[in-house]
Each structure stands twice: as structure tokens, then as C-alpha cells.
Write a protein that binds this ligand. Structure first.
Ligand code: GDG
Length: 736
């Protein structure tokens, strides 16, 4: 394996140019932490902009910047003021950022900015290509570089590329307002894997691809004909240990060693009995809902005057994108609001809002997290929001209440927080009161659960999961060797069938003869399918076997009028046409220790799912999960379990919103073989769409015609696109 190339708009570096020298220090942001295990010496390089325009780097120091960056395994892409204006402030932050956060009225569609965005993306691509070898892995980050995957792929078609979007992906109705929507989607689709923080963003993206580019996806895979792009959600975590450790250190230090800032916070907390601190921390951005938050706090003081002089809002707003007019307007609005509320409610001993418009050192951030009783985080849209997670991680005594907007990606994972709608003023105000009055045991109960989750799914784990999935996406891409079943080939097969004396069909059901439906019980065979299979069974010397994961009751009922052999539950039961059901094998159980941790990782990543342990099986239930996410994860889990269970004679049963792994040693292949040894066949045909059918493809004799439905990794000889094609093909057989 080659190296990893990470590309983001900004390098994880701080550059300081003094009179004649230059100082480069690594920054310790979330992304840098998450990627540190990949970004080790020799294993990876990081390509991005230093944050300084070319014009501000004296000519004689340019090479020095590059040299110092190289020491940190970084490579600087130099950007001029003009490029930064059009690419960064312009298209990235005046077009994409507002649009993707549903601020459509802020979104400017300037052709010149677009041109500059393309130009600078090409510049990044050139820098990547210069350092890229075929077996390298490339990981592109965020909305400034949406075109990069395609630009790299054009030059290096076989390279492995991942893309992660750190901000929301909007609904396709919003996205389609963008004049350059096709180019943006095509740019992203240059990747093998596209990651988002939440399943909603993933779904919006897939919908846009479908509506705008007219490309279909099966679950979370987009078939581009020659390539498959996988789309997945990976909720970014934090460096949990770092926050926990800093909070412990802060708690253990003697008060004389407290920072000045901490002393101020303590002063307030000791100023009166029951004094409370509420914190609010964000970049100063209109997506973060800061102005509304201040208004809500003002209204809270008015509605519940008993809290005046007792509670204080400590508000940290970090300056951001100060060149963009909306940010300047917002800054003025916030200054005014803070002034108005402080002017109205302040007393000699008390200011309701402490407002800091600057960035603070990490230690002070931890002071804030660990001293406050409530964190009030109310973005109107936020890709994830790491501040919410950092607050929870810093609560070492497990007290503290997180109020979190449902519009933040983090709300999907942090169910035990007090979740609010940032536009529901009355709700925010009442929730502040609930938070301030929440009994300590209740706070601890909630935070325990939150901490457990955050501790498990850290930023490092996030990065690892992404890379693991990327590698898998690549390996499945290279393992598709099946040939598309062309009309010519189909003719040859029909001819072979015509000449054969003893013919047998093994037909999978769901995803092969019928399309998937929202509920499995809705996928009943339609009259034309019943008729088609009946026609096949009536051909001379032709046996038709339906081989499915479904239970015998359903299969038996649905196919009661068709003289077809049935194999149910992946080969557990068999019923000859018009005969009785028979059990095929008996049972074993020592595999559970290996399979349980795999199911647990899926529980971690899929809120609402749980594991059920039975005597002879483990079941993963996803009925309570988001329905679409549940289906996607079930599909993923099946693939994972296939690898894990293939040598252990296990089978995975797909039930109604449950995947059940059973001790059995039975599979479709073995079941099919039982039928094949009873009689000699000179035409054997097997078709199916999922991995359980792979057993069939592998076990059938070499001369068998095996066909996979959909372009996926398979051992079948051929593949066809979809259910409609399967039915056409069977129709041709039935007319022989
Ligand atoms: C984008 C997406 C997504 C803040 N103030 C100070 C400071 N911070 C640190 C926090 C936190 C980070 O900055 C902010 O991260 P967020 O996730 O909250 O927000 P964005 O900057 O908008 O980030 C967002 C994220 O990308 C990751 O994918 O979650 O949705 O918008 O880590 O601790 N750090 C220090 N001083 C400060 O004053 N030292």
C-alpha cells in the first residue's frame, strides 16, 4: 500500500512571519487529531493552503515556508489574494456555505467566483497529482474542494479517492438552485467513497444525484457503469481523552494556579447562592443561531425574573470570515443585542452576558466547559457541532446540561441532551429553565450515556472507519469480474437451454424476481410473476427451485398454486413441489464471541438499534432506527458478516427489520447441491442479488450459468442490471 494524501483547504499549521523569520507550528484542531494516526512521518502528506496570501509571504521566505511545512509532512498550495477572494470568500463562503446551510437568500451566484473556484480546485489537483502514485490513497476534505475528486480521477483513473463533507448537504430542492449543480455533483463523484456526518445529508446527496444526474443508486451505492461510488455517514467524533484529561487537570490544580479567566468564572459562581453559568461557544457565523440565542436569553430573564442576578451567559464568538458582508452585519447585530440586554437587566453586581469576541487558548475553553452548568447550542444548521461533544467530554463529575438544536448533526447521536428547535423561542426559554432546574441525578444519568458513546466513537475511530470503508470500496471495485449479460450471450444461453435434456433453475426471490419494498410483507409475487414461473415449471424436463431467505410459511403461502420447489431460510427447510417441508441440518454455537463485537459496532453507529441474544442465534434489530438508515446498515452488516461467517458454517437470516445470525452450517449452495446430486442436469442456472446467493454461485458446478443482479462484487459469471432484466430473461426461457 502506498501513502495517504490528505487535502483540505487549510493546512493543520499556524504560520507566523516575524521581521525576517518564519515560524511554523502544528495546529491541534479536531481534524488534525483525527488524522494523526495516518499523518505520520513517511506515511502521508497533507496538502493545503497556509492561510496566508502569497503577497504576505516575502519572496525570499517562500521556499522556507515550504521547507518548514515539509517538516510537518505538509505541502503548501500558494494562493494569491485574488484567488482567495474568488475561491475562498467568494464561491466557498458566499455561495456554497449559505446554500448548504439553507440560507438561500445569502447565496450569491457569481460566474467569476465560480471560475476562480474551478481554477483553484485545479491548482490543488495539480499539487496532488505531482505527488501521487497509483497505490496511494487520497482523502479530500470539505466544501472548498468539491471538484477535486473528479480532477484527480481524470489524471489518475485507478487511484483510491475518499471525500468527506464537513457541512450539511442540503435537500435536493435547495441544491438544485445552484447554477453549477451538475459540475459539483460530478466533481464529488470522482471519489470512491463520499462521507457525510449524518444519514440525512447522505440521503439528500443521493437524491440530488438521482434527480439531477439521473443516476440510480442501490441503497448507498451509485452505479456509474464503469465504477461504483459508495456514500456513507460517519459522524465525526472528538479527541475525548484530551478534553477529559484537561478537565481533570483543571479540577486538581490548587485554586491559586487557576487561570485569571477561571478565577472570574469562580467569582460569579460564588457571588450568590445558586449562581449558574450558561455557555455559548461558536465561530461567529449566521448558521450558529447566535442572535436568536441572545434574544431567547433576554426573554428568559424577562419571563423568569427570579433568575436575574443568578444566571450569567458567557458567550464566546470566535471571529470568522470577516471579509464577507453577512458576517460584518451579524457582528453588529450581536454587539447591539448584547448591549441592549446588558443595558436593560444589568445591576451593580451583575452583568447578564459576558461577551468575548475573540478566540481563547485551549485551557480557557476547558475552563468554560468545566465551569458551566448549561451549554446552550442552538445553530439553525450545523454539519455536526463539535462544541456540544467537547462540553460533554469535559464534564468529569457528569453534571451539566446540554441544550442542543435538532438542526445540528450532533443531535442525531446526542439523544440524551435537551433537544430544541432553534426557531421555537418559547421552547428554548422553557428548556433553559428545565436545564437550570434539572436534578443532579438526572443530569448524571443523561451524561453517563452521552459520555459512553463519545468515548467510544472518537475522532480517531471516525478516521479509521472512513479509511477502512474506503479500502473496502476499492477492493470491491477491483473484484467485479462478472461480465454483463449481453443480448448475444443471452442468445447462446437460450440455445444451450433448448438443447439440454435435464434443466434446473435456482431463482432467488427478493431483489431478483421482485423489487424490494418498504415492508417485506408487501413484496408478494404479482400475477405476472406467478404466471411466468408457472410457465417455466410447465416446460418439459425443467425443474424450478425458488431459493430464498424468507420463512417457509410465507413462501409456502405465496407459491401454493405454483408447482415449484421451495428452499426457505437460506436452506434450512426444503419442500419439493407439492410435497412437505423437511429440515436439512442441526445446530452449533461457539461463534458468538466473534460476531457480537461486530454487531456492537453497528449498534454504535446506528442509533435505535440493539442486539438480542438467543440460545442459538444473535439478532440485530433495527425496527426503531431511521427506516432508510436501518436498511442501509443492514445491508452493510450482511456484507461484513459474510466475510466473518463464511468459514464457520453460519447463516444470516434477514427477517423483518432484523438480521439474525444462526448456527446452522446451512446455506443456499449446500441446499442446491442436495437437489443436484439426486439427478444429473445438463443445464443449471442460478440467479440472485445478494451475498447469500454467492454460496449458490460458488457451490454450483463449473458449467452452471450464474447471474448476479446488480453490479456488485460477485463470483457469478454474469451480471444483469435489475429485476426487470431478470424477468425479461426468464420470459425468453419460458418461450423456448
Ligand atoms: C465545521 C462545521 C463540523 C471554538 N472556539 C475556540 C475553539 N473552538 C474549537 C472548538 C471546536 C471547533 O473550534 C469548532 O467546531 P464546530 O464543529 O463546533 O464548528 P465549525 O468550526 O463550524 O466546523 C461543523 C466541523 O466542521 C467538523 O466537521 O462539526 O458542523 O461547521 O473544536 O473547540 N478552540 C480554541 N479556542 C476558541 O476560542 N482553542
Amino acid at each position: 500500500m502506498g501513502k495517504t494524501i490528505i487535502i483540505s483547504n487549510r493546512l493543520p499549521l499556524q504560520i507566523n512571519i516575524t521581521d525576517k523569520d518564519i515560524e511554523v507550528t502544528p495546529s491541534v484542531g479536531g481534524l488534525a487529531t483525527g488524522l494523526k494516526s495516518f499523518h505520520k512521518e513517511g506515511d502521508s502528506i497533507w496538502i493545503g493552503w497556509t492561510g496566508l496570501p502569497q503577497e504576505e509571504i516575502p519572496e525570499n521566505l517562500g521556499a522556507e515556508v515550504q521547507k518548514k511545512a515539509k517538516k510537518e509532512n505538509c505541502l503548501a498550495v500558494p494562493l494569491t489574494e485574488e484567488e482567495i477572494e474568488g475561491f475562498y470568500y467568494g464561491f466557498s463562503n458566499r455561495t456554497i456555505w449559505p446554500l448548504f446551510h439553507y440560507f438561500m437568500e445569502y447565496s450569491e451566484f457569481e460566474p467569476d467566483d465560480w471560475e476562480m473556484y474551478k481554477k483553484v480546485n485545479r491548482k490543488y489537483a495539480d499539487a496532488v497529482i505531482e505527488h501521487l502514485e497509483d497505490d496511494d490513497e487520497v482523502w479530500v476534505h470539505d466544501y472548498q474542494l468539491l471538484l477535486l475528486p473528479k480532477l484527480i480521477r481524470e489524471k489518475k483513473p485507478n487511484v483510491t479517492i475518499g471525500f468527506f463533507n464537513h457541512i450539511p448537504f442540503p435537500s435536493s430542492e435547495v441544491f438544485r438552485t445552484l447554477p453549477w449543480r451538475e459540475e459539483i455533483l460530478e466533481g464529488m463523484l470522482g471519489a470512491d467513497l463520499i462521507g457525510f456526518h449524518t444519514y440525512d445529508y447522505e440521503r439528500h446527496f443521493l437524491r440530488s444525484v438521482k434527480n439531477i444526474l439521473r443516476k440510480d443508486s442501490t441503497f448507498n451505492e451509485i452505479n456509474l457503469g464503469n465504477r461504483i461510488v459508495r456514500v456513507e455517514s460517519f459522524p465525526m467524533g472528538i479527541d475525548y481523552k484530551k478534553f477529559k484529561k484537561a478537565a481533570i487537570q483543571q479540577q486538581n490544580q490548587p485554586s491559586s494556579e487557576n487561570s485569571e479567566f477561571q478565577k472570574k468564572l469562580n467569582y460569579h459562581k460564588n457571588s450568590t447562592s445558586n449562581a449558574k453559568l450558561i455557555i455559548s461557544i461558536d465561530r461567529l457565523d449566521y448558521t450558529k443561531g447566535i442572535a436568536n440565542r441572545i434574544r431567547a436569553y433576554g426573554y428568559f430573564l424577562e419571563k423568569y425574573p427570579e433568575y436575574q442576578e443568578k444566571v450569567r451567559l458567557v458567550m464566546l464568538a470566535v471571529p470568522s470570515r470577516t471579509n464577507v458582508p453577512q458576517y460584518q452585519i451579524l457582528k453588529r447585530e450581536i454587539d447591539e443585542l448584547v448591549g441592549r440586554i446588558n443595558g436593560r437587566f444589568a445591576t451593580v453586581n451583575w452583568t447578564p452576558i459576558w461577551y468575548f469576541y475573540r478566540s481563547m487558548p485551549f485551557e480557557n475553553l476547558v475552563d468554560l466547559y468545566s465551569s458551566s452548568d448549561v451549554a446552550l447550542i442552538t445553530p439553525t444548521r450545523d454539519g455536526m457541532n463539535l462544541v456540544a461533544k467537547e462540553y460533554i467530554a469535559s464534564r468529569i463529575d457528569q453534571t451539566g446540561v446540554l441544550i442542543l438544536s435538532e438542526m445540528a448533526g450532533a443531535a442525531h447521536e446526542l439523544n440524551e441532551a435537551l433537544i430544541i428547535n432553534p426557531n421555537n423561542f418559547e421552547q428554548i426559554v422553557n428548556t433553559i429553565k428545565t436545564a437550570l432546574e434539572m436534578p443532579e441525578e438526572e443530569q448524571i444519568r443523561r451524561n453517563k450515556i452521552l459520555q459512553k458513546r463519545l468515548q467510544r466513537y472518537t475522532v480517531e475511530r471516525w478516521a479509521k472507519e472512513f479509511m477502512k470503508t474506503l479500502r473496502k470500496a476499492k477492493s470491491s471495485r477491483s473484484s467485479i469480474k462478472a461480465e454483463q449479460l449481453s443480448t448475444d450471450k443471452e442468445g447462446d444461453i437460450i440455445e444451450k437451454f433448448r438443447r439440454a435434456k435435464n434443466r434446473i433453475f435456482f431463482l432467488d426471490y427478493d431483489g431478483t424476481l421482485v423489487n424490494f419494498t418498504d415492508k417485506p410483507e408487501n413484496a408478494k409475487p404479482d400475477p405476472s410473476l406467478l404466471d411466468l414461473v408457472k410457465k417455466l415449471t410447465s416446460l418439459p424436463n425443467t425443474e424450478v427451485v425458488l431459493i430464498s431467505g424468507r420463512d417457509k410459511e410465507t413462501l409456502g403461502t405465496w407459491w401454493s398454486d405454483v408447482p415449484v420447489d421451495l428452499i426457505s431460510e437460506h436452506g434450512v427447510w426444503m419442500r419439493p413441489a407439492n410435497g412437505q417441508w423437511n429440515l436439512t441440518e442441526n445446530i452449533r454455537c461457539d461463534w458468538m464471541e466473534n460476531v457480537r463485537p461486530v454487531l456492537e459496532t453497528f449498534v454504535d453507529r446506528t442509533p435505535g438499534t440493539f442486539i438480542e441474544e438467543k440460545n442459538y442465534s444473535l439478532a440485530w434489530h433495527y425496527r426503531k432506527a431511521d427506516p432508510e438508515l436501518g436498511e442501509i446498515r443492514a445491508n452493510d452488516l450482511s456484507t461484513v458478516l459474510k466475510d466473518l461467517t463464511s468459514n464457520h458454517g453460519l447463516s444470516v437470516l434477514e427477517g423483518n427489520k432484523v438480521l439474525e445470525i444462526k448456527t446452522s452450517g446451512v446455506n443456499k449452495g449446500k441446499a442446491a447441491n442436495k437437489l443436484l446430486i439426486e439427478r444429473k442436469h445438463d443445464f443449471i442456472f442460478g440467479i440472485g442479488d445478494d451475498w447469500t446467493d454467492e454460496y449458490l454461485f460458488n457451490e454450483l458446478p463449473e458449467q452452471a450459468i450464474t447471474v448476479k443482479v446488480g453490479l456488485k462484487e460477485t463470483s457469478a459469471r454474469y451480471y444483469v442490471q435489475d429485476v426487470e432484466r431478470v424477468r425479461d430473461l426468464l420470459e425468453r426461457f419460458s418461450k423456448v
